[in-house]
Design a protein around this ligand. Structure first.
Ligand code: ADP
Length: 498
């Protein structure tokens, strides 16, 4: 167990694996608390009990003193309960509280939107005001006072505002601090101005300069930005980007920038039990840094799957991606002709915007010996691509953290990435002079820049196999485990508390 001060952390989130998941937040909300517990910290989680969560399966039970609590949402008095269970991990058993209220949560299967219409629930403001306020009742009733309330994304972003206003004079909360993690800056919890009264926050917060109004609307994410003691996002470079750029921050860059001294970035970890060539059951042959030649069996299996012949001389470039401009798919399309002039095979797995499908189908017909796409979502195939490809292309326009480049490094599948967000922080540009680096990195979002790095990679691959092996190994030695990230979070809690 690690030494150093131990913290009490209350982790508030709107989704947690294995209970419910719509995005990466759910993975973080599961992995990080488990590692914090392993490191000796006290950690408890709060999450809503949606209808999709199976009470019996997860042994969610009643806690007498957390039953029939009340709070105000606007003029409404709302009754809720907090029920209890554990998040069962490999070694750690994290206490988790489920916010139970039939009207807002348990009677609805889905998390944020009506599955019939695809539209956000009209009362999402009330639902997540309730989540935010329930946390204070929980602390009061338990008498378990955290050092830090760690809140995540817009759904929990009102908590820092409540702590600094409604609860600021309550002795119990005097030393409680908040950390606000932005996983998704695009989703901000935007509601009409009339929602402000439902929050019951003091009137001075009903303002664009001192409060939570942005572009004439109530903006929950902004509450976290304005009132949390510290803010972080999922990579250091993305932290800088959302402070500078209107587009990347979805309009909140000015407010974020005012907090730049309290803003930092921590890369998410990867699940090294699942994404690990030594243990991966979904690939054709397991391999390690020392038995790198075994990787070739995966290249062969991948080629068979896509219907081409693998050869040592011709590199396979893998791509697993949402087909969207944010992921750089428009740039890939622009560079496609140039790419097809190279002696490479490109294997693509993806789903996403329909506007790209026709291009993919036409191109696959035209370059049937070089371009092998599969439109669909297939976890097993994703593993085989990571294991079987020689290179992995991620030309993202934006990338808060990114996972696939870290998987690629772990699998000795050399990444070619654009230097943005988490890609810039995880892939080190290979420099031939010093023989240092783990991948190929280009700066500008242009065909020229992309092609320069792809060509450099292909050249080293074909002309200097020993050097290529060295790059592979350097990548495989990198450590992107959750334990690493958790230690960075502990450092951040230390700053929050002081
Ligand atoms: P983002 O969350 O922006 O889509 P990330 O790289 O952070 O990108 O994570 C995407 C995750 O989803 C990765 O684990 C990746 O392997 C997986 N993934 C994306 N598309 C597919 C697909 N079509 N089939 C299987 N897995 C996919």
């Amino acid at each position: 167990m690690a030494t150093g001060k131990k913290y009490k952390i209350l982790f508030v989130t709107s989704e947690v694996v294995p209970f419910v998941k719509t995005g990466g937040l759910a993975d973080v909300s599961s992995a990080l608390p488990q590692k914090l517990l392993e490191l000796g910290h006290q950690i408890r989680i709060v999450v809503p009990k949606y209808g999709a969560i199976d009470e019996r399966k997860y042994k969610i039970h009643e806690v007498v003193r957390l039953k029939d609590l009340t709070t105000q949402i606007g003029d409404k008095e709302v009754t809720f309960s907090l029920r209890s269970s554990f998040l069962v991990g490999t070694r750690a058993r994290v206490q988790i509280y489920f916010l139970d209220n039939p009207e807002y949560f348990s009677r609805r299967h889905s998390l944020y939107a009506d599955p019939m219409t695809g539209e956000d629930f009209k009362d999402n403001d009330e639902r997540f005001i309730l989540l935010s306020k329930s946390v204070f009742e929980l602390i009061r009733k338990l008498g378990w006072v955290p050092d830090v309330i760690h809140v995540n994304d817009w759904q929990t972003a009102l908590i820092p505002a409540y702590l600094k206003t409604e609860f600021k004079d309550e002795p119990m909360f005097e030393n409680v601090k908040t950390l606000f993690t932005i996983h998704n800056v695009m989703m901000q919890g935007v509601f009409p101005k009339s929602s402000f009264d439902k929050t019951r926050l003091p009137a001075e917060l009903n303002s664009p300069t001192k409060g939570i109004i942005h572009k004439g609307k109530v903006n929950f994410l902004k509450a976290g930005i304005m009132f949390a003691d510290k803010i972080n996002t999922v990579s250091p470079t993305f932290a800088k980007e959302i402070c500078k750029d209107e587009h990347t921050s979805a309009g909140l860059h000015k407010d974020i920038c005012k907090r730049k001294n309290d803003l930092s970035g921590i890369i998410n970890g990867i699940d090294v039990q699942i994404w690990n060539p030594e243990k991966d059951k979904m690939i054709a042959k397991k391999y390690t840094l020392k038995k790198l030649d075994d990787k070739k069996a995966n290249k062969k299996a991948l080629a068979e799957k896509y219907g081409f012949e693998a050869s040592d001389e011709t590199p396979v470039i893998g791509m697993i991606t949402r087909l969207s401009d944010a992921k750089g798919f428009d740039l890939f399309k622009k560079a496609f002709k140039e790419l097809m002039k190279l002696d490479v095979k490109i294997v693509l797995l993806g789903t996403g915007e329909r506007k790209h499908y026709k291009f993919i189908e036409d191109s696959a017909a035209k370059f049937s010996d070089k371009f092998f796409p599969y439109i669909g979502f297939d976890d097993e195939l994703a593993h085989l691509i990571e294991a079987g490809a020689d290179m992995f292309l991620m030309p993202s326009h934006y990338e808060p953290c990114g996972l696939n480049q870290m998987y690629s490094l772990a699998y000795g599948t050399v990444p070619i990435v654009r230097a943005t967000g988490g890609l810039a922080d995880t892939v080190k540009k290979f420099v031939e002079k010093t023989v240092e680096g783990t991948g190929f990195v280009f700066k500008q979002y242009t065909v020229d820049d992309l092609m320069k790095e792809v060509k450099r990679a292909v050249k080293i691959y074909t002309k200097s196999p020993d050097l290529w092996k060295k790059i592979m190994k350097q990548g495989m030695k990198e450590n992107f485990s959750w334990m690493n990230s958790a230690k960075n979070y502990v450092n951040l809690y230390k700053q929050v508390v002081s």
